[in-house]
Design a protein around this ligand. Structure first.
Ligand code: ZN
Length: 533
């Protein structure tokens, strides 16, 4: 049983466990693996064979040659195993698990204190081998799965791509001391979605017999970005703030780094044609920028171009003072080029890659906070982390399937550094266009504002009657910077069609359908009144 103390804590859902024919399917926010049923191994290192298995929704009864039986169950985020008839020379229980590559590639793996990145490139040898009690997989967009064993065990992690299998392969030999009857593996996650210090405890099963996993720490900037997945909706019906603006099924962010000339020639016209916005992480001191300054000045006025700070020169930074001076200089240019937009406002920053960077994330964030900026963590896109078109297009399907945020970060397109083929870019835009109605295609500033406001908003249904429905929507974030309307769904009598919505001095029309009316509204002190017309 899970105990939730407050609504916020509901966000750290445990990974989903399902029994399949071959083992336990584990899934969390896209991270997917199949843990094969355990196999007893004897002192001669011979593996027992499964002679018979009876699989149900909640468990499996496994009978092995040599007389052993394991009754396996999934409950409370735990895989429990009750062993009987184990031969006296049983040495270990062997576990193997395939981990789907796409969701975790470029994310983090961790065995106790040893950690690394799930390699983008095919790896020939072991990624890891050694003894550890915990194994965790963290997707680059946040969701994670942590396996906590009852004791330290020899574990290995390999890459199966050299065998034409798109998976990483984990193996574990769990010690099986004589007389062992009950064993369990705890499957949990570290939610980075909420910074709430209680989130981890709230998600832990009350009856957990093992200590909480030494879960990997999710960097704070990822927490701040809600893991880019967005805050789950608490409910699917009734009066609520919708997960994505416009009530869309998923969100999508298109990013373009390093202000290459191909952004001017190939990207912006394509975005404009499709009315899709892109976030451009620019270096306004760089030669490529200066060479095309008039074009960038023009681009800055384009509503489909959002300029973000990627440092003045993309040469790295040696000190906090240098970073601060850089931010001031770069932002001054961004503000000067965008007189049509609010000043000050939130500006998104992305740390340049591949250059010396001598300030910590904490120091960087302190500088950014001073100038109302937020750091956009990670980068995912071709040609750096996606080597062909299918993974680029898969971001769209994945976002739709999960109702989450898809994102692709490009550098050059059809030229410039780290170039991707124009065809890949166009194919992605075309695919997004096909699913246009389902996506909120947005820029990183708006995305971040929506998340923050939604997180910090209070929605209250006030006393209502047949003639009007009243709701209150207030938000604790600073309205000077967080000024993106949220999309509300308000429950109204089923007979209502055309409605008048009033908030203070403002009124507008909205159409109800199926007992619900949806509209965009800024949180504020004035109550919102919906009346039929
Ligand atoms: Zn860059």
């Amino acid at each position: 049983m899970l105990i939730f103390i407050g609504a916020e804590k509901r966000l750290s859902a445990a990974p989903d466990l399902k029994i399949g024919e071959q083992g336990v399917l584990i899934e969390n926010g896209g991270v997917k693996c199949t843990l094969a049923f355990p196999v007893p191994v004897n002192e001669a290192k011979a593996k027992a064979k499964i002679l018979e298995k009876t699989v149900s929704e909640t468990g499996a009864i496994l009978k092995y040659d040599g007389g052993a039986q394991i009754d396996l169950g999934i409950q409370n985020g735990e895989i429990s195993m009750k062993a009987s008839g184990m031969p006296a020379d049983t040495w270990t229980l062997f576990f193997a698990m395939k981990v789907d590559i796409a969701p975790v590639v470029n994310g983090k793996w961790q065995f106790d204190s040893a950690s690394g990145i799930f390699p983008v490139q095919e790896t020939a040898g072991q990624i890891y081998q050694g003894n550890a009690k915990n194994f965790s997989m963290v997707s680059p967009v946040g969701p994670s799965v942590v396996l906590s064993l009852p004791s330290s065990a020899y574990q290995q992690l390999q890459d199966l791509r050299r065998f034409q299998v798109k998976a990483y392969y984990w193996q574990c030999w769990l010690p099986f001391p004589a007389g062992t009857q009950n064993l369990s593996i705890k499957i949990s996650e570290t939610s980075g979605e909420v910074a709430s210090p209680n989130a981890a405890t709230a998600a832990a099963p009350v009856s957990a017999p093992v200590a909480p996993a030494a879960a990997p720490k999710v960097p704070e900037d990822r927490q701040k970005w809600g893991q880019l997945t967005g805050i789950p909706e608490e409910k699917k019906t009734g009066t609520r703030i919708l997960k994505w603006k416009g009530g869309k099924q998923a969100a999508f962010l298109l990013g373009f780094d390093d202000c290459g000339v191909t952004h001017l020639t190939n990207v912006i016209p394509a975005l404009e044609k499709r009315k899709m916005v892109g976030s451009f992480y620019v270096n306004p001191g760089s030669p490529q920028w200066k060479k095309h300054l008039p074009e960038w000045e023009e681009a800055a006025k384009n509503p489909y171009v959002v300029l973000c700070d990627h440092t003045f020169l993309h040469l790295g930074t040696q000190s906090v003072e240098e970073l601060e001076a850089d931010v001031v200089k770069t932002n001054a240019i961004i503000y000067a080029l965008t007189p049509q937009l609010k000043n000050p406002r939130i500006i998104v920053f992305r740390t340049p890659g591949g250059v010396p960077w001598k300030v910590s994330a904490k120091e960087r964030d302190a500088v950014l906070a001073k100038y109302h900026m937020v750091n956009r963590p990670w980068l995912d896109g071709p040609p750096l982390t996606m080597k062909s078109l299918p993974p680029v297009l898969a971001t769209v399907d994945r976002a739709l399937a999960k109702g989450e945020t898809g994102f692709v970060d490009f550098h050059g397109i059809g030229g410039d550094g780290n170039s991707s083929p124009v065809e890949w870019f166009v194919a992605l835009l075309d695919k997004l266009d096909e699913h246009r109605d389902q996506f909120w295609i947005t820029d990183t500033v708006s995305w971040f504002q929506y998340q923050e406001e939604r997180k910090k908003s209070q929605l209250k249904v006030l006393p209502s009657d047949v003639s009007q429905v009243r709701v209150g929507l207030t938000c604790s974030s600073d309205p000077a910077y967080y000024d993106l309307p949220l999309t509300l769904a308000v429950e109204v009598p089923a007979s209502w069609k055309e409605c008048k919505v009033t908030q203070g001095a403002k009124t507008w029309q909205a159409t109800a359908a199926g007992g619900e009316v949806r509209f965009d509204v800024l949180p504020g002190a004035d109550e919102i009144v919906v009346q039929p017309q």
